[in-house]
Design a protein around this ligand. Structure first.
Ligand SMILES: Cc1ncc(COP(=O)(O)O)c(C=O)c1O
Ligand SMILES: N[C@H](C=O)CCC(=O)O
Length: 438
């Protein structure tokens, strides 16, 4: 039964563009009608019609502990009794900043209210520090919706029906070509292409911004050679911005930077750092961060930046991860078993898939592997993925509603959810196989 969700969707479309407040929620790339979620607990979502779904989105990453984790709730509740917003400094900002700097090695951090604000501000900072205007990003990487980053972008932009056709053009209408022209684009995991671009244009670049592990073209894992060329850019005075909005505090306590031994100059965060409330942040050495106002000339502000409830949710989440380090092992083990089970079930049904997994992030591409680049990812059979997605949803499993997204496992997933998921997957593979033969 999905009547209430359908009714809500119809009503929503009258008053909200497309009925949603962020495009990937609308199921456009898989078809059908999105579920409206009434509540969530642990590893489950309950939709408006009362259907219980195993949640592999985790609010697109933040819910690493599962929904309504007791310590996170207690932390928010304690902040709530003291007032919801002050527009003045509060102790929780200091506490979270101390935790983030300790975990990540960055000396200073500035809190904002979203991942988009974090990457936008990090780029402004990099341009100010270097005195250069151009930046480089990678095809299919997504860094939020600031104008200069909506160029060959991943996530919802990869399945956007109204996508502009011209290459190197903005991925969204409304972005001035002149501004988008300051964003150069290279292919992720193409070390030769990157090296050539650095030879040609390196001395004009303020920064290279990158997803250290891509989640927004589906999961793509960087090769050692690609990382080496990225690091070599520092010799040309280019600042490396690791966009850890998705990977931060997920792939290890110190994020992908720690896990992969990266040496970024600036890191951006979002998602987990806010424990499900709106928080983003960027951090770097004191020397770089002191360019930011009021210390330095780079203006960046926010009415709700460092909001006490949001800080409390972030503190509660990071404290829980710090005090229970075994969580990382547990969610990785679960995701590895999920990977093995999916590969087996697909093989048994005679369907070609390639599973990319690192830690608790995973994408199953409906194509033969390996999938290392954007071009590999877009070979996927998105029609087959859409069928499989709906078969899973009908069996109570809420997978990410796009081929080009990661799923996220939380500490609340358990043996029961794994068994249910793998049974659903096996049966969904067999169903779509028989549909394709019929
Ligand atoms: C890697 C990455 N950077 C930036 C963003 C933007 O974050 P937000 O949606 O909080 O603006 C996202 C997700 O949306 C992301 O996955
Ligand atoms: N892939 C996006 C961010 O990680 C999904 C979240 C969104 O844009 O709504």
């Amino acid at each position: 039964m999905t009547e209430k969700s359908r009714w809500l969707y119809e009503t929503a479309q009258r008053v909200i563009p497309g009925g949603v407040n962020s495009p990937v929620r609308a199921f456009k790339s898989v078809g059908g009608s999105p579920r409206f979620i009434q509540s969530a607990f642990g590893a489950y979502l309950i939709d408006a019609d009362g259907n219980r779904l195993i949640d592999y989105i985790g609010s697109w990453g933040p819910m690493i502990l599962g929904h309504q984790h007791s310590h996170v709730l207690a932390s928010i509740q304690s902040a709530l009794t003291e007032g919801v917003s002050f527009g003045a400094p509060n102790a929780r900002e200091v506490e979270l900043a101390m935790m983030v700097t300790k975990l990540t090695g960055m000396e200073k951090v500035r809190f904002v209210s979203s991942g988009t604000e974090a990457t936008m501000s990090a780029l402004r900072l990099a341009r100010a520090v270097t005195g250069r205007d151009y930046i480089l990003k990678f095809r299919g990487n997504y860094h939020g919706h600031a104008d200069g980053l909506l160029v060959e972008a991943g996530s919802g932009l990869m399945t956007n029906e109204q996508k502009l056709q011209a290459r190197s053009a903005p991925s969204s209408a409304g972005v001035p070509q002149a501004y988008a022209g300051l964003t150069l684009v290279a292919d992720y995991n193409d070390p030769e292409g990157l090296a050539q671009l650095l030879r040609d244009r390196g001395n004009t670049l303020a920064a290279i911004i990158f997803e250290p592990v891509v989640g927004n073209a589906g999961v793509l894992i960087p090769t050692a050679e690609f990382i080496d060329v990225l690091h070599s850019a520092k010799e040309q005075g280019i600042l490396l911005i690791a966009d850890e909005v998705m990977t931060g505090f997920r792939l290890s306590p110190g994020g992908a930077t720690e896990r992969l031994g990266l040496k970024p100059d600036i890191i951006t965060w979002g998602k987990i750092i806010g424990g499900g409330l709106p928080v983003g942040a960027y951090g770097a050495s004191a020397e770089i961060m002191d360019f930011v106002s009021p210390m330095g000339p780079v203006y960046q502000a926010g009415t709700l930046s460092g909001n006490p409830l949001a800080m409390a949710a972030g503190i509660g989440t990071l404290q829980t991860l710090r005090d229970n380090p075994e969580i990382y092992e547990k969610i990785e083990d679960y995701t590895e078993r999920l990977e093995q089970g999916l590969l087996l079930a697909a093989a048994q049904a005679g369907i070609s898939v390639c599973v990319n997994r690192i830690g608790s992030m995973l994408t199953m591409f409906f194509t033969e592997g390996p999938v290392q680049t954007y071009q590999d990812a877009v070979r996927s059979d998105t029609r087959l993925f859409a069928q499989w997605f709906h078969e899973m949803l009908n069996r109570g499993v809420y997978w990410a509603p796009s081929q080009f997204e990661s799923i996220f496992v939380s500490a609340a997933h358990n043996e029961r959810t794994l068994e249910h998921t793998l049974q659903a997957a096996a049966s969904a593979f067999l169903t779509i196989k028989s549909q394709s033969q019929g």
